[in-house]
Design a protein around this ligand. Structure first.
Ligand code: LLP
Length: 403
């Protein structure tokens, strides 16, 4: 059990806390499910990109799925070897492509014909050949929140099957492209297995059809997206997930690449905030806390549910409250009509499932410094990012201030 009160005394609030041991057990559960087949878990760095978190996964043997050259650099800094790093994303600048080729990463996930052309050109300029994978959009509804659904043709991601085939033939004939993988990722927070299985079948069929024209791929990249429990969702078990993938790969000898983010980190993270005061507006009761949407935007952006627990002396009956931050937006809330007892100044609220897409989606809106981050491992806590100061926030503007 993490002693949140002690952490708040030591590190103040707002504060992110990550349980690295929980991340380890999630990693082992997923890696174990793929036992018996060649597999690489490429941690989706975007979920929680703190260097110490990425290093933790590096030490466990993970690779990295990156969506910007910044994330690629983070992966290198954290000790992930080049041959385990993937660069995905729907838009990559020439500079990013060049650096990824120079760093000799495992492969670049290409998401359009135009991008394939750029990658080829840059590889040619560098007098080399670039390993690539193509992101296929299988046009399958993943049945998740529309903002995090990516596998339909209505979404900007990947290419359709015919385009993919054309791109593989083009790449195979190019001196500067080496097609070694295929990729799909239909969405995030997936709780149903069927759309994943269907997509994998579609993509596996394409692999077979490519093999029949002598284009032999090595990597079957199934993306990320495995959902977690925020409230009462029934989630997919790693074993069932892996078996569903295996079932589509009969007679194919491929390394399975999986890009989990949320599964590894979401429920390892807590966001701690202190109660400033309570306030009544007509019928509505508000609890105003020192954390805000600039720290954790998921409730505001997706209406996402995060369980909230109060550490308080209060023994009063819970009543319905809105838990809100100090930012000047009505969208600045962590929960609405949530049951909590009467709270006092400095009581602590623990916001659960905050280890993915929490800190990373934070901002300095309202000139608020980003929270500190703490890791807990083997019962010991350590600071892994210090709290941002006012000076940190203004540093990049100050030298340009004119009298
Ligand atoms: N691979 C690719 C190509 C992705 O686009 C993503 C996530 C992942 C892997 C990792 O997905 P995960 O295993 O974490 O579901 N901000 C949203 C989630 C956005 C996900 C974007 N892509 C949220 O807070 O729910």
């Amino acid at each position: 059990m993490i002693n949140f009160k002690q952490l708040v005394n030591e590190y103040k609030t707002p504060l992110y806390v990550y349980d690295l041991d929980y991340m380890t057990s999630q990693y082992n559960a997923l890696k174990g499910a793929f036992k018996g087949k060649k597999s690489l878990l490429a941690y989706a760095v975007k979920a929680n990109s703190n260097l110490s978190v990425v290093k933790h996964f590096a030490d466990l043997g993970a690779g990295a799925d990156c969506v910007s050259i910044g994330e690629v650099r983070r992966a290198f800094l954290a000790g992930i070897p080049n041959y385990k790093i993937i660069f995905s994303g729907v838009g990559k600048s020439d500079d990013e492509i060049r650096e990824a080729i120079e760093k000799d990463i495992l492969y670049i996930n290409v998401e359009s014909e135009a991008e394939l052309g750029r990658v080829e050109l840059i590889a040619k300029e560098l007098n080399t050949s670039c390993r690539i994978s193509i992101r296929v959009n299988p046009n399958i509804d993943p049945k998740t929140h529309p903002y995090i659904s990516t596998g339909l043709h209505a979404n900007k991601f990947g290419v359709d099957l015919n385009t993919a085939k054309r791109m593989y033939i083009f790449a195979n004939n190019s001196q500067n492209l080496d097609p070694i993988g295929i990729h799909f990722h239909i969405g995030s927070q997936l709780t149903q297995l069927d759309p994943i299985r269907e997509s994998a079948e579609i993509v596996a069929d394409l692999i077979r059809s490519l093999a029949s024209i002598k284009i032999e791929l090595k990597f079957f990249d199934i993306g990320g997206g495995l959902g977690v429990q925020y409230k009462d969702e029934k989630t997919i078990l790693p074993y069932d997930y892996a078996q569903a993938i295996f079932s589509t790969l009969t007679a194919l000898d491929l390394t399975i690449v999986c890009e989990p983010g949320r599964f590894l980190t979401a429920n390892a993270g807590y966001f701690l905030t202190k109660v400033l005061y309570e306030k009544q507006n007509g019928d509505k009761k508000f609890v105003i806390v020192d954390g805000a949407m600039n720290d954790l935007i998921r409730p505001a952006l997706y209406n996402a549910y995060h369980k909230i627990e109060a550490i308080t002396e209060s023994v009063l009956e819970p009543r319905k409250v809105d838990i809100v931050g100090p930012v000047c937006e009505s969208g600045d809330f962590f929960a609405k009509d949530y049951l909590l007892p009467e709270l006092a100044h400095n009581d602590i609220l623990v916001i659960h499932s905050a280890g993915s897409y929490g800190f990373g989606m934070g901002s300095n809106y309202n000139t608020r410094g980003r929270s500190a981050e703490v890791a807990v491992q083997d019962g010991k806590a350590r600071l892994i990012r210090r709290r941002e100061s006012f000076e940190d926030i203004i540093a990049l503007e100050l030298e340009f201030l004119q009298n």
